[in-house]
Design a binder for this molecule. Structure first.
Ligand code: NAD
Ligand code: MLT
Length: 310
């Protein structure tokens, strides 16, 4: 059976697939029409975030039995089209949780102390002590939207830093909130009370543009926003307007509505915005975890007919 790996994954995953007797082709950076032309040969497809598995690709996938995401979000797969065709979509949700939580926290600190801007200035030979006055996180309120795997890890760590953590998550039980020692609130209270807001939900029809001009209007003046979850949860046009007006003091973005964004994208160019190129899950440890997990899951499914998500 043949497996196509169309986004880069740790070589450990490829090794495991080959050892199990599967034929593996690693072909990254394919254009949609190139993927469409070859997908018919494959029994399994392994992706990360770059490959968009649209209905058109699925239509051409005559032998495909399984699509495996070496990572968490499966918003780049047309799951309805896949299901209609009997193709299983699986992910590896646990493998990059800690890494992504650590990235969101790194962005939170960097945002509060304007570290990327100060590094660039110091490297340019300047000594701008006054310009880079920051804010303390201690005793500030962190609002977490989406208290799942990643949100919970962010919460635990930021409580240790002395932040007051609030969470909004319609699926969060009172018991879980209590276990984590977190105040569960409704969205409007979170928006009104938080100094920093970080989103950790999947991108769904309900979370699309959850942060928009209306929700931003309900936030404190001078709020900071962090998105290390998915582009499209934050309406970038509205965020940019709110940053320009001073309502939002700064934003840290790892993910964008269009990846990569256009060159010279004004939101990225703004000096109150810090950003990374979708690096949330990019550590050696997380990439090995997700590659090994997806390889084992694909083998289980193709060879033993067992379905599991690590
Ligand atoms: P998870 O499923 O464990 O947690 C998501 C949480 O969001 C759940 O608790 C769910 O109840 C909550 N939620 C769903 N809809 C909501 C809504 N409308 N309002 C508020 N909360 C809502 O997922 P996770 O492992 O924590 O990952 C979260 C997301 O982070 C993923 O879906 C993925 O898109 C993203 N992610 C990004 C990177 C990156 O590289 N930047 C890496 C890993 C994951
Ligand atoms: C994920 O959903 O796991 C992330 O987007 C990580 C990635 O694949 O880069």
């Amino acid at each position: 059976m043949k497996v196509l790996v169309s986004d880069s994954i740790s070589p450990k995953g490829v090794e495991i697939l080959k050892k199990a007797g599967l034929q593996v082709d690693v072909k990254t950076g394919l254009k949609p029409e190139e993927l469409k032309a070859i997908i018919g040969e494959y029994d399994a497809l392994i992706i990360r975030s770059a490959t968009k598995v649209t209905a058109e690709i699925i239509e051409a996938a005559d032998k495909l039995k399984v699509i495996g995401r070496a990572g968490t979000g499966v918003d780049n797969v047309d799951k309805v089209a896949a299901t209609k065709k009997g193709i299983v979509v699986m992910n590896t949700p646990g493998g990059n949780t800690i890494t992504t939580a650590e990235h969101a926290i790194a962005m939170l600190f960097a945002l509060a102390r304007r570290i990327p801007q100060a590094v660039a200035s110091t490297k340019a030979g300047k000594w701008e002590k006054k310009k880079f006055m920051g804010v303390e996180l201690y005793n500030k309120t962190l609002g977490i939207i989406g208290l799942g795997r990643i949100g919970s890890e962010v919460a635990k760590r930021m409580q240790c830093m002395g932040m007051n953590v609030l969470a909004f998550d319609p699926f969060l039980s009172d018991e879980r909130a209590e276990e984590l020692g977190i105040k569960k609130v409704d969205l409007d209270s979170l928006l009104a009370e938080s100094d920093f807001i970080t989103v950790h939900t999947p991108l769904t029809p309900e979370t699309k543009y959850l942060i928009n001009k209306d929700t931003i209007a309900k936030m404190k003046d001078g709020v900071y926003i962090i998105n290390c979850a998915r582009g499209g949860i934050v309406n970038e046009k509205d965020l940019y307007e709110a940053i320009k007006s001073g309502k939002v003091a700064g934003a840290a973005l790892d993910v964008f509505e269009k990846e990569p964004p256009e060159e010279g994208y004004p939101l990225i160019a703004d000096e109150r915005v810090i950003c990374t190129p979708h690096l949330g899950a990019s550590t050696l440890e997380a990439q090995e975890n997700v590659a090994v997990a997806i390889a084992e899951q694909i083998i289980d499914y193709l060879i033993n007919g067992t379905i599991r998500n690590a």
